[in-house]
Design a protein around this ligand. Structure first.
Ligand code: NAD
Length: 330
């Protein structure tokens, strides 16, 4: 993707490439379905790098004009190794964007009062524009109580009920959109444009952090949306009706080639660690069987290197948006 094709959109803090016109979009889908050649690999890593450059440039402008430097604070409780890696990546990206990046590491046995009192402090600290509590939390802590204690205007994960409500009502201007669906949406827009009128979108997974907000974004873009889950009947058949298929389940390579409509855009959110050849080594795979999907889809995101990097960069976009709101720049 060309770096100069990326610009920051005012709605929901998203970054996006300019839309392709609808005729081009339809001919693209038609040609892909006819030719049945290998799918395009959607390079989330390259897209995220381009978005990150755009965020850095806008951050530098914000600091120069107003003196406001975006501040992202991550709270992590306990020693979960996967969470430690995610938090390190977020910190590195925040620093690369020119943010003030702070991490609070609390011990595993912290009480709810400990975490809530830290969040209260951060809620009242004007240098903090975004607060993120790394999930999952240790079992004795109430995740919902803690995530809902973050002020909506600093909730850059988009998990606060106020942000969820605004997204569901289609008010993207004032809401923070959860980072994973926001990143997926940009990748979809890059393939088929911003207006998804007439396209069928199927989401597998109905979680609050991926499936449901993804549905709201696709609906807002005029797609006809179906949400599937563990109780859905005839899942392969439903999936096969999708021009846009989003898999967010957490089951390694569950979506087979024959579940995919020729030419479809396939977004694989899943992250699953599997053993390789019964050895101790393991590798990351998505919810989609990539080898089969590339034979039939129009475009597919790989795992790793697809949705993951875009999720992190969307967190930065939300934090920048929060700082710009404080500095009264729309
Ligand atoms: P979740 O466990 O909260 O939700 C999983 C959903 O899948 C549920 O709605 C469930 O009904 C559905 N499901 C389970 N089994 C199914 C089946 N057999 N058929 C159809 N649906 C089924 O998970 P989540 O938090 O939404 O995450 C989903 C996956 O995405 C996980 O692998 C997670 O690690 C990954 N993830 C990746 C990113 C990223 O940045 N790449 C971000 C968030 C989550």
């Amino acid at each position: 993707m060309r770096k100069d094709a990326v610009y920051v959109r005012g709605i929901g803090g998203l970054l996006s490439a300019p839309p392709k016109d609808r005729l081009h979009r339809w001919s693209l889908i038609f040609l892909r379905s006819k030719s049945m050649t290998n799918a395009k690999r959607i390079d989330g890593k390259a897209m995220a790098a381009a978005c990150s450059e755009s965020i850095s440039a806008r951050t530098a402008q914000l600091v120069e004009r107003t003196g406001v430097k975006p501040g992202l604070t991550v709270v992590i409780v306990g020693e979960d190794p996967a969470s430690q890696v995610y938090v390190r990546n977020k910190k590195r990206t925040a620093e690369a964007c020119g943010f003030n990046s702070v991490q609070h590491s609390l011990p595993e046995d912290s009480t709810e009062e400990d975490v809530l009192s830290l969040i209260d402090e951060l809620n009242n600290d004007p240098s903090v524009h975004g607060i993120l509590v790394q999930l999952p939390l240790p079992g004795h802590l109430d995740e919902e109580l803690i995530t809902q204690s973050i002020r909506p205007e600093k909730d850059v994960d988009g998990f606060h009920f106020q942000n969820i409500g605004m997204l569901t009502a289609g008010h993207l201007d004032g809401a923070f959109v959860p980072c994973t669906p926001a990143g997926c949406m940009l990748m979809i827009e890059e393939q088929v444009g911003k207006d998804l009128s007439g396209l069928n979108a199927v989401i597998i997974g109905r979680s609050n952090i991926v499936g449901k907000p993804m549905a709201s974004l696709l609906l807002k873009a005029n797609a006809t949306v179906t949400i599937c889950h563990s109780r859905t009947k005839d899942l392969p058949e439903v999936a096969c009706s999708a021009d846009i298929l989003v898999a967010a389940v957490g089951r390694a390579e569950m979506v087979k080639g024959e579940w995919i409509k020729p030419g479809a855009v396939v977004i694989d959110v899943g992250i699953n660690r599997i053993e390789v050849d019964g050895e101790k080594k393991n590798k990351l795979v998505g919810d989609v069987n990539y080898g089969e999907a590339v034979e039939i889809a129009g475009a597919v995101t790989p795992v790793p290197g697809g949705v993951g990097p875009m999720t992190i960069v969307m967190l930065m976009a939300n934090t920048l948006q929060s700082a710009e709101r404080v500095a009264c720049i729309s």
